[in-house]
Each structure stands twice: as C-alpha cells, then as structure tokens.
Design a protein around this ligand. Structure first.
Ligand SMILES: Nc1ncnc2c1ncn2[C@@H]1O[C@H](COP(=O)(O)OP(=O)(O)OP(=O)(O)O)[C@@H](O)[C@H]1O
Length: 759
C-alpha cells in the first residue's frame, strides 16, 4: 500500500526572498504533490500497527486548506508555484506531472553531493580487487559485509567487465548483490562522469530487474536501496581515523556544511537521489505506481505481469525498456512456472536490439561480428548487459545458453529443450559467450542445512506439526500445497495459542506484507505459506522450514529449504511424508542425484505425541462447531439479504428461524457447548506436558531424572523431561548409518574379496 503524511517544512531559516516567493502558490492534486520516499521507521516492524507498509512517503511545503463548495467541504493542497522557486537546490524536489521528456541537460555540479572516498584497502581488503564505487564500499562496510560471498567474488570480475553472466548458486548465498553491485557501481560512476537528467525531467530506466513474486521484487528493491541510502545517510559517521574521508575532487565547492557533524541534517543541501531504485508490483495502488514512474527510476524492479500491463499503456517506458543498459532475470526458472511466460516473453522482445525477432539469427550476426572483432570484451557502450540468476538452473540449460557458440550450420534446426531454454535463447545476450558461474552444491544442499523427514498419516500431520513446533521453538515457515490447507490450519493453531500467520496469493498485498512483518517480529512465529513464499524471500533468522506436503518438484524443495540456512547460518528442514507421498520423495531425491535414506528421521516421543493429539482433537471439535454456527448464520443472512434485494417476501417458514435454522435456544446451547470445549482446552493447555517416566514431585527420581537437565540448562520449558535441543541436534543421522554401512563395504573393498574378474 502507499501511504503518505504531510510533513513539516525542513528548512529552518527561510530567506526573506524565499518567503516572498513562497507566497506564489498553486493548487495541485494529491498525485502531483512532490512526494518523497522516506525510510520506514524501525518501529514499523515491531508491531506498532505500521506493519504492512509497502513504502512511506512524505511531502514538504504543502498547505492544507479547506474550502466550502456547493457540494460540501473539500480539502485542497497548495504548493509554492515552481516559478517562484529559489534556486537549483529547491528545484531538486521531484514533482509529478512534469515534462516526461528525458533531457540530458547537465546539472550544476554543485547540485550533486560531494563524492566520498573510501579506503577499501584497509577497511575492506577482500573487496578491494573489485574497485567498487567508494559509496558501495561504505555501504558494504556499514552492513558488516567484510568479504564477498563466493558467487559475488566469482561474478563481479565478469560483470564489472561488462560481460553477460548466468549465475547459479545455493539459496541465501548473496545473489542479489552479485548482480546488484555491478549495476549500482556502473550507475554511481556514471553520475559524476556524464550528464544526468535534471530533477525536473523523467529519468530513463537504465536497469530492469524482473522477479517472479511481489515480495521478492520489493525485497530486491529495498536491498539495493539500502546500499545507496546508507551511503548518503552515514556520510559523516566515519572520520578520517576510519580511513574514510569526505574529501573528493569537488572539495571546497561550498560543501563545508555538509561535512560538519554539527550541521543539522535539515540544513544539508538537498539533491535528487544519485541513483533511484523502485519496485512496481501487482497490488500496488495505481496512484503510487504513476508517481514512481512519472518521477522516473534508474533501476526498476518489477514482476512481469504488472510491468507488461503498464507497458501497454506507457509508450515512453516501453521505449526506455528498448534501450536498457542492464537486464536481470532473478529466479528465471520460476518466472516461467507462474504463468507469466507470455508477459515475460513480450518484455524480453522489447529488450531485443538489432534482431528482427529471431534471436537465433541475431546470434548469427553477433557471432559474425565477434569473429570480425575478436578483441571486443563484453558489451559495447550503450548496449545491454544481461544477468540471469537462480539457485536452480539445470546444467543442460546452462549449456544451451552457450549455443551461440555452436558450430555454424547447425543452429536453425535445433529446437529449445524446454520453455526455459526457449526463453533464455530469446535473451539478447550481447555477449557471444555469457559467463556461466555455477556454484550450486552437489545435490543442491546448502552445507549449513540439516534435513529431516517424518513418516506419518495425512490425518496425523497436524499433531506432528504441533509436536514439532513445541519441541523445537523457533521461527518456522510451514509450506502447504493449497490455500485451503492454510485456512484450515490457521484457526486450529490459534486455538492452541501458536502465533501463526498466513501468506498466500488470495490475500491482499497489504495483508501479505503485514503478515510477513509480523512473522519477522515474532520470536516463535509460524508462517503458513504456499509456494508464493518459496523463492527469494530473505527473512532473517528463519530457523525451520516444514514441508507439510511433499513438494512436487526438486526445485521447489530446494527453494523452500532455501528460506532457512541463509548466509552461512544454520537451518533445519522437515518433510512430512504421508504413505502416498513416499514415491514423490523418492523421485525428488532421485532428481537431486541423492539417496532417499540420506535424509534422517526426526525422532518423535510417541507418548508426548498422544497428549498433543488430544489437544488437537479438542481444537478441531471447537473449530468445527464454530465453523458450523458461522456457516448457518451466513446462510440465513444471505437468504434474507437476497430476498430484501429482490424486494420479495420470504415464506414464513423460510423467514423464521424456527424450521430451517436452529432455534435461538439451539444456538444458545451450541454457543454454550463451544464455550465449554474452550474452557476444557484452556485447562488442557495449562497442564504441563510431562514425558513418560518423569517424576515432577521428586526431580531426582523417576526413570528420567530432570534434575541434571535443569542444572545443565537443558530443561525443556514446555515438554518436561525432554532435553532442550535445537532441531537437528537429535536426529538419528542416516548419513552416519550409511557411513557405517559403507565402512563395512570399504573394508570389503580393501580386502578385495574374491576376484571374479572383469565382466
Ligand atoms: N557479502 C556478504 N556478506 C554477508 N552477508 C551477505 C553478503 N551478501 C549478501 N549477504 C546477505 O545474505 C543474505 C542472502 O542474500 P540474498 O537474498 O541475495 O541471497 P540469494 O542467493 O539471492 O538467495 P535466494 O536464492 O534464496 O534468492 C541477505 O540477508 C544478504 O543481506
């Protein structure tokens, strides 16, 4: 959602002339107010009721006036007439509704912030070889990213040399910055070296990043924005001692104020953002979307569906897409799954340059060109650089991307092997041989992830899930294959006092983000999600991923698991496998090139599970009764409302509650029954869960003494008598089991056994 508030004017001491000029005002529509993006306050994520905000915007210098009109009281917004503006700095405020022509008029260099320097040699030695723009160095330093992740380290040399890159690396390995840093580096460097559009003109989109889901697009946009904004905000935080200085080539050009820490932020010169990054996604208000686009963005992050809708109406944007400098497909393989193939294909066609729509032909041309111009490295100035990233791009596909190099004469007869092959062949790789950086681990398992499975009946999955949530407290993301399942499970968990939030495509976008924020800020929160949350979401510290149903494809399994164990943190995943899903697990593991028994079994204390089953049973009963009562009420109301709308009278037996629906007395009795069951459940939930053989009376006695656990601090708070361990620490390692088996085999092999000779 978009939201804005009328802010206070920031300038503390307006000059006399500016006051005089400000008297010239004009009325504008809300859409045309000079909205400015502000960072979301930290409290917004802390359950202050501000969660769910897509973005926050503010506006300065606006008078709100109420006018009485014939139709009633209306509110009007008055802003200073642009003609009365004081200087270039004030003009730097972005206004919507301005001329949309992109000019290359050179801005006064004073309007640019003073360039910063950053001593990456001493502060970020591991980033130093990449010679990234100093502002990015500062951002990385501020974030504590002291060294590049492997995918970043291996991608940057190619990307910074203008080569197209196909990057494949495990989930949570930092792919966003692997493509984001080269883009930001290029744009930041460009700002000071070439004329930039003045703030009064629409910027031209230089980079387009396509992502499969709204959440991922918003996340990428905020990730990249954080890289540029923390640079601006923290400009004077680090002194010379830190090796970071403010001195740049424009030193002494009237920027002394900005350097001094004593100068209040309000008095710092205002300038348009050096590089602007924004997202356009479905669910965003049309007003906000118009505003973002009319201001212009350098880096546009979008979902294909929404972008294509806009492109059909916005010719200017379409022509900008035709002359992009960077194109990124993030989670390329997912984008073709979500039914966006047509839109994506159309957008990609727009990015094609000289070709006549036949990429294979254009590949021919490129090859010929590259033959003639052997020394050319990467793209030429003004051309498109393409990045394709995912955690799961098949090896075959990567080979296909190199088809441009296949011997002449064979090309036109070759058919793409899959939709994704086809799509990627449509990409306008300027580079005759895009660099393929494949760091996907064997079997696509992240090293810090522990996987496990539990075999159970479908009807017992609720109890097993509840057991897991209580046994291993933590932030848990539960994937379900259908929205109905989420709707069923949600009230059940609520009755059991488990803080669970839903995330699926039928929720409004605002609600989706709100639930995501709540999940992030709830310590033992549970997110019940469909695969809309499987890709790319970077929720800090997701401890566990539970596959309530076995995923249908190996890629989905990998990406779902990828929501935990990110950036070298530990993570845990659990597959709940019903008898009819065993085949699926087998196929899944086979596709990943792994053995089924590689996944360890999660131990379950059946005595405890039985106790939980009783709770689940009661919760189901309550939910069932509540649901029934609600449904009956809804049906009764519906009938009445329909009759009223059609202005007909219902038969007395239909109109009365007596015959069809339950009587008032029956309703009362049903209500009392639910209240009774709820009280029963409350009592049950208040009782401690005690493991078999534990004496709570004498903690040193019983089959299981809990005294030692208490002393060792391993006392489980909800399941008395069970050790407090992290999920995965008590797995019966199938690998160890397997290793033992293979050790026996090795012994046999060392001995050599009986030589049967070559067959
Ligand atoms: N160099 C770095 N050092 C430390 N942390 C980093 C670094 N680069 C990125 N990160 C952090 O790692 C986390 C994962 O990054 P990112 O979301 O880009 O992963 P990804 O590879 O795109 O994952 P997925 O495949 O699931 O989309 C983020 O929280 C990010 O801030």
């Amino acid at each position: 959602m978009t939201s804005g508030f009328l802010g206070l004017k920031r300038k503390t001491k307006p000059s006399a002339s500016s006051i005089a000029k400000r008297l010239k005002t004009k009325h504008v529509l809300t859409d045309d107010l000079p909205w400015k993006k502000v960072s979301k306050p930290r409290e917004a994520d802390l359950g202050t009721g501000m969660d769910g905000f897509l973005e926050l915007e503010e506006v300065d210098d606006v008078d709100v006036v109420f006018e009485e009109t014939d139709t009633g009281r209306v509110v009007k917004f008055k802003v200073r007439d642009e003609e009365g503006s004081e200087d270039g700095m004030e003009d730097a405020r972005e206004t919507a509704g301005e001329s949309s022509a992109v000019t290359t008029e050179k801005v006064d260099v004073d309007a640019l912030p003073e360039p910063v320097t950053f001593n990456s040699k001493s502060l970020l030695p591991e980033w130093c070889p990449f010679k990234l723009h100093p502002q990015l160095g500062r951002a990385l330093y501020a974030k504590g990213f002291m060294s590049p992740t492997p995918i970043q380290a291996q991608t940057l040399p190619f990307a910074l040399k203008n080569k197209d890159v196909v990057g494949v690396a495990e989930t949570g390995s930092g792919k966003t910055l692997a493509y984001g840093l080269p883009i930001l580096h290029h744009l930041l460097t460009e700002v000071y070296s070439r004329p930039i559009p003045s703030s009064k003109t629409r910027r031209s989109v230089r980079a387009l990043i396509l992502a499969p889901t709204r959440e991922l697009a918003l996340q990428v946009s905020s990730h990249l924005n954080a890289c540029i904004s923390s640079v601006d905000v923290d400009a004077e935080k680090h002194g010379e001692d830190d090796g970071i200085s403010q001195k740049g080539k424009h030193k002494g050009k009237g920027k002394a104020k900005a350097k001094s820490p004593e100068v209040p932020a309000e008095d710092k010169p205002k300038h348009p953002p050096l590089v602007s990054v924004s997202a356009i996604v479905g669910g965003m208000s049309a007003q906000k979307q118009r505003r973002v686009l009319s201001r212009g963005v350098d880096v546009l992050v979008a979902t294909p569906g929404r972008l294509w809708d806009i492109l059909q109406e916005d010719d200017e944007l379409a022509s900008q897409i035709e002359s992009l400098r960077f194109l990124v497909l993030d989670e390329a393989d997912r984008m073709i799954e979500t039914g966006h193939f047509a839109e994506l294909d159309n957008i990609l066609r727009l990015t094609l340059r000289k070709s006549d729509g036949d990429v294979i032909d254009s590949a021919d041309k490129l090859e010929e060109e590259s033959d003639a111009e052997d020394t050319k490295e990467g793209v030429r100035a003004g051309e498109l650089q393409t990045f394709v990233f995912s955690a799961t791009l098949s090896k075959d596909l990567q080979k296909n991307l190199k088809r441009r190099n296949r011997p002449k004469g064979t090309k036109k007869n070759q058919k793409p092997a899959s939709t994704l092959d086809d799509l990627l062949l449509r990409l306008d790789f300027r580079d005759p041989s895009p660099a393929v950086v494949d760091l996907a681990p064997v079997g696509t398992v992240v090293a810090t992830l522990k996987e496990s499975r539990v075999d159970c009946l479908s009807s017992d999955k609720d109890a097993y899930l509840y057991y897991f949530l209580l046994r291993y407290p933590g932030r848990t993301l539960v994937f379900l294959s259908a929205i109905d399942g989420i709707r069923r499970l949600l009230p059940l968990l609520a009755l059991l006092n488990v803080p669970a939030f839903p995330l699926h495509s039928q929720l409004e976008q605002r609600q989706r983000l709100k639930n995501l924020d709540r999940f992030k800020s709830t310590q033992n929160g549970v997110l019940l999600a469909t695969d809309v949350a499987a890709r790319g979401l970077d929720v800090p510290a997701v401890d566990h991923v539970v596959h309530y149903q076995v995923p249908r494809t190996a890629d989905t399994y990998v990406h779902r698991n990828g929501r935990t164990a990110r950036a070298m943190r530990r993570g845990f995943s659990l597959v709940m496998c019903a008898p009819d899903e065993r085949k699926l697990v087998r196929a899944l593991m086979h596709n990943l090139g792994r053995q089924e028994d590689e996944i360890a079994e999660m131990p379950v204390e059946l005595y405890m599970l039985d106790k939980l089953k009783a709770r689940i049973q009661l919760a189901r009963e309550i939910d069932g009764s509540q649901h029934k009562a609600k449904k009956e009420k809804h049906e009764r109301n519906w009938l009445r409302e329909a009759a009223e709308a059609m202005e007909i009278e219902l038969d007395s037996d239909l109109a009365s509650d007596d015959d069809e629906g339950p009587t008032k007395q029956q309703q009362k009795a049903a209500g009392a029954k639910v209240a009774g069951l709820k009280a029963q459940l409350k009592t049950m939930l208040a009782q401690p869960l005690i493991a078999r053989g534990v004496s709570t009376r004498y903690i040193t006695s019983g089959v299981r003494s809990i005294a030692d656990d208490i002393v060792a601090g391993e006392y489980h708070e909800t399941m008395v008598g069970m050790k407090k361990v992290e999920a995965g620490d008590d797995l019966v390692s199938a690998k160890v089991h397997k290793a033992k088996k293979s050790a026996v085999k090795e012994e046999y092999e060392e001995w050599g056994g009986i030589d049967h000779g070559e067959e």
